[in-house]
Design a binder for this molecule. Structure first.
Ligand SMILES: Nc1ncnc2c1ncn2[C@@H]1O[C@H](COP(=O)(O)OP(=O)(O)OP(=O)(O)O)[C@@H](O)[C@H]1O
Length: 292
């Protein structure tokens, strides 16, 4: 039975993207299940998870490209979605692609699209088929940016890019968010590069939302303890990941709610949890069957 509704979110100040008990299956296998979240407007959300976790499926349902089998989803305003393949027409030049964008979109900002291509030194007059994979991706991004979306969804936007281009693309995206107030949802495996970029996290494991919410709040509820080899951490908390090497142990711990932050002493030290620490620990836990 199909109960999915994909509809505009009425209250854009509250949520730019909304999902309620969203589920999608391919034949009899669920790829997404009971996925519920509200992504506030103006946020940059990182959608992370292991291969096959359901990221592309979630984005495709949110973008209206796939019908869900359960639940409801909604997005505010205009949505632009750049798929993993970063599709461009091989025989079209970048300039042709922008002309196509101007024809196909109700709203079109040519200057903004051209600015993106200039920024990344993409020639306007060369056939897209003769551009590199990373350059073709930039054409696809320019097309999306030119459509002035309220919600921009990017599936693996950093995958084809060199390290400098990755840094520049994330910086440019932040600039666009600041200028236009758009909301960005991007899936990625390169979480290390999202520190200082993403401010919201959606973490999928086996099609289910394992964690979702404000990134700073999420990270502040966790801590890493380092100390002498031990089976248990030096303070109370839920162990997300324990690692032991030689005579040293490292614990990533979820702090107990509603209690003062523990103070560790002696040979133990604590350090704040980064986005990369957190995601790697959660992925390792789900792989071992602990975190799902
Ligand atoms: N067209 C399809 N037909 C059948 N099963 C599919 C189809 N697309 C995806 N799946 C399955 O659904 C699950 C989720 O796939 P999805 O592509 O959404 O994951 P993902 O998190 O985007 O993975 P990756 O990081 O590898 O891109 C996987 O088990 C996958 O095998």
């Amino acid at each position: 039975m199909t109960t999915t509704v994909t509809e505009p979110v009425e209250d854009t100040a509250a949520a730019a993207v909304h999902a309620q008990a969203l589920g999608k299956r391919y034949r009899n296998k669920w790829a997404l299940r009971e996925c519920t979240f509200d992504l506030p407007a103006g946020r940059v959300a990182a959608l992370v998870g292991a291969n096959g976790a359901g990221k592309t499926t979630l984005m495709s349902v949110l973008a209206g490209l796939l019908d869900a089998d359960e639940g409801s989803a909604g997005t505010s305003g205009r949505v632009a979605f750049v798929s993993q393949e970063k599709p461009v027409y091989r025989h079209f030049t970048a300039a042709d692609m922008l002309r196509l964008g101007a024809h196909l979109n109700v709203v079109w900002d040519q200057a903004r699209a051209v600015r993106w291509l200039d920024r990344f030194e993409i020639p306007l007059d060369k056939a897209c088929g003769k551009l590199s994979g990373g350059q073709q991706a930039q054409v696809a991004f320019a097309l999306a940016i030119g459509s002035r979306p309220t919600v921009l969804m990017l599936d693996e936007p950093l995958a084809n890019l060199d390290p400098l281009a990755r840094r520049e693309v994330t910086a440019e995206l932040l600039g666009e968010v600041e200028e236009t107030g758009m909301t960005v949802l991007l899936s990625t495996h390169v979480v290390a590069e999202l520190g200082g970029v993403a401010d919201y996290l959606l973490l999928l494991a086996h099609g289910r939302l394992l964690a979702g919410g404000d990134l700073d709040e999420l990270l502040a509820r966790h801590v890493t303890y380092l100390g002498p080899r031990s089976d248990t951490p030096p303070a109370l908390g839920e162990v997300v990941e324990a690692r032991h090497r030689g005579n040293q142990s490292t614990f990533l711990v979820k702090l107990p709610e509603g209690q003062p932050r523990p103070v560790v002493a002696g040979q133990w030290t604590e350090r704040p949890v980064t986005l990369e620490d957190y995601v790697l620990a959660q992925l390792a836990a789900t792989r071992k069957g602990l975190g799902a």
